[in-house]
Design a protein around this ligand. Structure first.
Ligand code: BES
Ligand code: ZN
Ligand code: ZN
Length: 476
């Protein structure tokens, strides 16, 4: 169940109340006695971060907010305070939390609520025990600390992120490629975007050799999913296209991954797809004035009697041939077909998100995604700025020509692996072959799925990319 978010006239309407404060804050309107007030002032002077008052039924916490030169960092700390508050609420079996902002940091109450709601996420679908899970059901923001529009935007963004997390956390035993399409159809109805699903026959008629080849070992057919949000009045004439890698499970295929640990979390290899779906939900729920199209090639990747083999030469839908030297480098093959399809849409900009390489994850860990830009500098600047704001940050790597040499094939146009070094870059260079438009590639392999809890990002599927895309598209 998702946490509800509302405006309230008084923070006293919740059993756990939070005041965000700094050294300049005044507390006269809080229901505190003289001695309590004196105690609070002393604690704030001593820079104590967390001061609690009250009884079990009604508790007030004053959390001290820091202000540095880096506004984005400050806001991120408040999200983490929100997550800590969520932990306390559930520990104390509170059902509601309220917050008011008495600090000088603008929008702190919203950031707090964001951290609380994201931190409160649980995936309980397969739990059969009596434990009902988290007690916290709603977050209230005091009305002077926010606006109705801001709340609607936050709720839609959080909902989109949690939808993405649910999809990522679903195992292959439920979420096959055809099932993913069913989920997309249902979300399209719920949120208001148009959905078109191409089945295997249609995919074959489109000659999507990448998607068909990766799917050959599978018992389930592939799908190619098209989502569209087209408002009557949009800021862009040509569509903005989002592409997500939808590998619902990656065994590596015949180039099998070692079973120990490296395969355990490969249900998350559709995290790029999940980010695109979550963003489409938020954008259409908010009726943003931008024309956006989402593309998701979906299949699992596994060995089978008819599986594609290392050495095969396959043809992508744009006619380019690829020598497959490792069937575990499958993401780029299905993305090649999707990026080629995007070409027909005459896009203004294409952004793809993919759990593409272990190299990206090893290179930057969970703190950033690896990004590649073939755009004007202003578009790049705006996307990076969104990344800083929502703290889904990116580290740029280059698309230098030299790296293109790494994927030259003896017998085909290119090969699908580039050797032991620069794995994230050679994967991007591969994708570049299928783009003839402004394009951004985001390798989210390190951020998509966490094996230990990282504050409000949670454990398991993080839904990374949704908050980034919604911020970017709102500002577009
Ligand atoms: N899905 C993986 C990448 C991945 C690894 C995502 C770890 C998240 C965590 C991708 O399909 C893959 O297997 N890539 C290979 C490419 C190699 C064979 C060229 C890799 O990175 O090892
Ligand atoms: Zn793989
Ligand atoms: Zn993969």
């Amino acid at each position: 169940m998702q946490t509800s978010l509302k405006i309230t006239t008084s923070i006293q309407n919740a059993n756990l109340q939070f005041v965000l404060a700094d050294s300049s804050s005044k507390f006269d309107d809080l229901a505190l006695s003289k001695t309590e007030l004196a105690h609070l002032k002393k604690r704030i002077k001593a820079e104590e971060k967390w001061t609690e008052f009250g009884t079990i039924e009604s508790k007030l916490v004053v959390a001290l907010i820091e202000k540095t030169e880096d506004l984005n960092w400050d806001i991120e700390q408040v999200r983490k305070v929100g997550n800590r508050a969520c932990g306390q609420a559930n520990h104390e079996k509170a059902t509601s939390i309220s917050v008011t902002n008495k600090s000088q940091l603008e929008n702190a109450a919203l950031a707090f609520a964001e951290g609380t709601m994201l931190g409160n996420y649980e995936f309980r679908k397969y739990k059969t025990g009596k434990d009902a899970g988290n007690s916290l059901k709603s977050v209230l923001i005091e009305k002077s600390s926010t606006t109705k529009t801001a709340i609607a935007k936050l709720q839609a963004t959080v909902d989109g992120t949690l939808t993405a997390r649910d999809l990522i956390n679903e195992p292959l035993s439920y979420l096959t490629a055809p099932q993913l399409s069913k989920e997309i159809r249902a979300l399209g109805k719920k949120c208001g975007f148009r959905v078109e699903v191409m089945n295997k026959a249609k995919i074959a008629s489109m000659k999507m050799g990448g998607l068909l080849s990766v799917n050959r070992g599978s018992v389930d057919p592939p799908t190619f999913n098209i989502m569209e949000w087209k408002p009557a009045k949009s800021r862009n004439k040509k569509p903005l296209v989002l592409v997500g890698k939808g590998v619902v499970y990656d065994t590596g295929g015949l180039s099998l991954k070692p079973t120990q640990s490296s395969m355990d979390f490969m249900k998350s290899d559709m995290s790029g797809a999940a980010a695109v779906i979550g963003a489409m939900c938020a954008v259409s729920s908010l009726k943003l004035p931008v024309h956006v199209i989402g593309l998701i090639p979906a299949t699992d990747n596994r060995p089978g009697v008819d599986a594609y083999v290392p050495g095969d030469v396959i043809t992508i839908s744009n006619g380019k041939t690829v020598e497959v030297l490792n069937t575990d480098a499958e993401g780029r093959l299905i993305l090649a077909d999707a990026l080629s399809y995007a070409q027909k849409l005459k896009p203004e900009l294409v952004i793809d998100l993919a759990t593409l390489t272990g190299a990206a994850a090893r290179g930057v860990g969970k703190e950033a995604m690896v990004s590649f830009f073939k755009t004007d500098t202003e578009t790049a600047r705006q996307l990076k700025a969104s990344g800083q704001r929502v703290y889904e940050r990116m580290i740029e790597m280059p698309l230098w020509k030299e790296y293109g040499d790494y994927i030259q094939s003896d017998i085909a146009d290119i090969k699908n692996v580039g050797g032991p070094t620069a794995g994230a870059i050679t994967a991007a260079k591969f994708l570049e072959h299928f783009t003839d438009y402004p394009w951004v590639h985001l390798d989210i392999a390190g951020m998509a799925f966490l094996q230990t809890k990282a504050s409000y990002r949670g454990k398991n599927g993080t839904g990374v990319g949704v908050r980034l895309l919604v911020d970017f598209l709102s500002e577009y």
